[in-house]
Design a protein around this ligand. Structure first.
Ligand SMILES: Cc1ncc(COP(=O)(O)O)c(C=O)c1O
Length: 400
């Protein structure tokens, strides 16, 4: 079986990934074809500067009209059925498997709102078996699943003890193949775990600072070509917990409409004002920048303390690449700051995997805050914030 996926990013950045999952009787799993380690994995590293054209539109492909109409129609029908089944449950004609308020807790604020759970109860439950499948091999391009069945229409599952082998992994990122079975990585991990243990039981600011943290931070900063970096145990928290260290009330965040939820949460927690510009649309961004600089803060018209543009390098769901050269030019023109989330681009694009700055041959110093995660290309966990002037604010107020 041959999977050929062509990522048409903006018409021009075209990545051909011919993933031969099973070809000529060969089986690929966990980085091995018939037991032999393969090193030439198709990865997004195939993207190169030559293939990218900055003039091209960085917009995701639109679904054809009939697909959009049928999708909305499908949602409409199952939503109507959902209301009907909720009615049957309310009058006791259908058994309700939901978690419900306990009698003795009736006086408290309700934990389960009927309407809030509508989607989960009536739409997601129908197809729940397609997600959260337990796996029992390494997450390579193909892996093994633990077979499970439901006796009550997906409310609960039980494992049968059997294994479903060699299914295509469409659920995890492993751009460089580091999450696979490689004895060198495993030995390093085992040695370091024996030397340092599995946790430090304290925050970095107290007694949880290890020499290996500092080594990692130096390595990240050198790799990115910036002054310093700080690393964290979780990518999501790197965004959500550190954006408040950089901006606060009186600052303005200009956020791409397709930004990841961790960026959105960080922006909301910061207390800064947030305005959302159209995805990768430079006209929309410039209009907002101009408006922000000319009018300042609402009512008082005082200038914003800081204006922070927040974008991703490669957008995880759409695959579009940020129009970084134009964003950098705008940020310089309007004297704003730039926060770049490279969760999906670091390690994956640029001739040496240094992300979108390298892809566009930009100076890393043009990006004020570089953020990335170790969960995708690096096959590990955690995230970093790096840059030339971010060390001090992030380090002194980081909570994780
Ligand atoms: C753009 C972006 N930023 C941040 C994160 C959070 O990273 P993590 O999964 O390592 O917590 C993700 C996760 O997918 C992401 O796509």
């Amino acid at each position: 079986m041959v999977r050929t996926s062509t990522m048409v990013l903006n018409g021009n950045l075209t990545v051909q990934m011919n993933q031969t999952i099973r070809q000529n009787g060969k089986q690929r799993k966990n980085g091995h074809v018939n037991g032999e380690k393969q090193t030439n994995f198709p990865t997004a590293k195939g993207m190169s500067c030559r293939q990218y054209s900055p003039e091209s539109e960085q917009a995701p492909e639109q679904a054809p009209m009939y697909v959009a109409v049928l999708t909305y129609l499908g949602f409409g029908i199952v939503t109507l059925f959902g209301y009907f089944r909720d009615f049957l449950r309310a009058v006791g004609l259908e058994k309700c498997h939901l978690a419900q308020e306990r009698e003795e807790q009736k006086e408290f604020v309700p934990m389960y709102q009927d309407f809030e759970n509508f989607y989960t109860r009536n739409l997601y439950m129908r197809v729940r078996d397609n997600w959260n499948r337990p796996i029992c091999s390494l997450p390579g391009p193909a892996f093994d699943l633990m077979e499970r069945v439901s006796d009550d229409y997906n409310w609960t599952f039980r494992l049968t003890g059997k294994t479903i082998e060699n299914v295509i992994n469409m659920g995890s990122y492993n751009y460089l193949g580091f999450a696979e079975n490689n004895e060198d990585f495993l030995k390093t991990v085992a040695d370091k775990t024996l030397q340092y243990g599995v946790g430090v039981c304290s925050s970095r600011q107290e007694v949880g600072n290890l020499s290996s943290h500092e080594e990692l931070e130096r390595l990240v900063a050198d790799f990115l070509g910036v002054e310093s970096a700080m690393t964290f145990g979780m990518g999501f928290a790197t965004n959500s917990m550190n954006i408040p260290a950089l901006v606060s009330k009186g600052c303005l965040i200009l956020s791409d409409e397709l930004n990841h939820t961790s960026l959105i949460l960080g922006a909301r927690l910061s207390g800064a004002s947030i305005r959302v510009f159209k995805h990768n649309n430079m006209h929309s961004l410039e209009k907002m920048l101009r408006e922000a600089v000319c009018s300042g803060q609402p009512r008082t018209h005082r200038p914003w303390k800081k204006i922070l543009i927040m974008v991703e390098g490669i957008y995880s769901m759409e695959g579009s690449v940020a129009r970084l050269p134009e964003i950098v030019a705008l940020k310089k023109k309007y004297k704003a700051y730039l926060y770049l989330d490279e969760a999906h681009s670091i390690g994956a694009v640029g001739p040496t995997g240094r992300g979108v700055t390298e892809l566009f041959r930009l100076n890393p110093a043009d990006v004020d805050v570089m953020m990335g995660t170790f969960t995708k290309s690096f096959g590990a966990a955690g995230g970093y914030i790096a840059g030339n002037k971010v060390n001090q604010p992030v380090r002194s107020s980081a909570v994780s």
